[in-house]
Design a protein around this ligand. Structure first.
Ligand code: HEM
Length: 223
C-alpha cells in the first residue's frame, strides 16, 4: 500500500507538498529570527544561543536543534527525490521529437526546476558560510553569528549569492505553495483565489524579510 502510493505520481506530489510545507514553516521561523539582527548583537547572539538550549532541562544541550536538523534533512531529501523522479517521468511521457525539437516544459515547471537547483546549491553554501564557517570570509567566530553575518554581507559576492537565492526562493514559494494546495485538494474557486493571494503574500514577505538583512548591512543600518 505504502509502496504503491510512493510509486504513483499523486503519492510523489503529496510527499513534495508535505515536505515543502515543513520547509516553509522553518523558513518563516528562520526569517523572523533573522530580523532580530535589527535589535543589535546582544539580542541576536543571545537568540542564537537559545536555539541550542531550547527544551532544557528536559532536553540536553543542542538536542532540539538536532531534531530540527534531522527533520529538515529528511524533508530536503524527500522533496528533491520526488521532484527528480517526477521530472524524469514527465520527460519520458513526452512524445518523441517529431518536428525539430521536443516540446519544452512550461514556464512554471522550468522556473521550479532551476529554482530548486539554485536553492539546493545555496543551502550548501549557506551552511558552509554561517554554520561551519568553511567558506566564510574573514575569521568565522562560532557563537558570534552577528559578526559572521556582517562579514558575509561586507563582500560583493556574499550579497550577490544571498540576494539571487532569495529571489529564487520567492518564486519557488509562490508557485510551490500554490501547487501544494492543489495537490492536497484545497480546490474550489473562492478558496483558490484566497490561496493564491496567500502564496503571493508568503513569497513576498519571505523574500523582503530575508533580503532586508544584506540590504541593512550594505547600507550601514546594521553594522
Ligand atoms: C539573508 C538570508 C539569511 C540569513 C541572514 C541567514 C542567517 C543564518 C545564520 C546566522 C545561521 C546560523 C545560525 C546559528 O548558527 O546560530 C543560519 C543557519 C541556517 N540557515 Fe539561514 N539565513 C538566511 C537565509 C536562509 C534560507 C533562505 C534558508 C533555506 C532555504 C536558510 C537555511 C538555514 C539552515 C538550514 C541553517 C542551519 C541551521 C543549523 O543546522 O544550525 N537560511 N542562517
Amino acid at each position: 500500500m505504502t509502496r504503491t502510493l510512493w510509486d504513483s505520481s499523486v503519492g510523489k506530489k503529496t510527499v513534495m507538498a508535505v515536505s515543502g510545507l515543513i520547509m516553509l514553516l522553518y523558513l518563516v521561523v528562520h526569517m523572523i529570527g533573522n530580523l532580530k539582527i535589527f535589535f543589535g548583537s546582544g539580542e541576536f547572539n543571545h537568540y542564537a544561543h537559545w536555539l541550542r538550549t531550547m527544551g532544557e532541562p528536559f532536553l540536553h544541550y543542542e538536542w532540539a536543534l538536532w531534531i530540527v536538523r534531522v527533520v529538515l534533512v529528511a524533508a530536503v531529501v524527500l522533496h528533491a527525490t520526488s521532484a527528480y523522479q517526477l521530472s524524469r517521468r514527465d520527460i519520458r511521457a513526452r512524445p518523441a521529437s517529431y518536428v525539430h525539437r521536443k516540446p519544452r516544459a512550461g514556464y512554471a515547471t522550468r522556473t521550479m526546476r532551476w529554482g530548486g537547483i539554485i536553492l539546493a546549491l545555496f543551502i550548501v553554501w549557506h551552511i558552509l558560510d554561517l554554520t561551519t564557517g568553511t567558506v566564510h570570509p574573514g575569521g568565522f567566530q562560532s557563537g558570534h553569528p552577528y559578526q559572521n553575518v556582517i562579514d558575509t554581507f561586507s563582500t560583493w559576492y556574499g550579497n550577490t549569492i544571498y540576494i539571487v537565492a532569495m529571489l529564487a526562493l520567492g518564486l519557488h514559494v509562490q508557485h510551490g505553495f500554490w501547487s501544494a494546495a492543489q495537490t492536497l485538494g484545497a480546490g474550489n474557486a473562492a478558496r483558490d483565489r484566497a490561496l493564491k493571494a496567500l502564496a503571493n503574500a508568503l513569497a513576498l514577505v519571505l523574500t523582503l524579510g530575508f533580503i532586508s538583512v544584506p540590504v541593512a548591512v550594505m547600507t550601514g543600518v546594521v553594522s
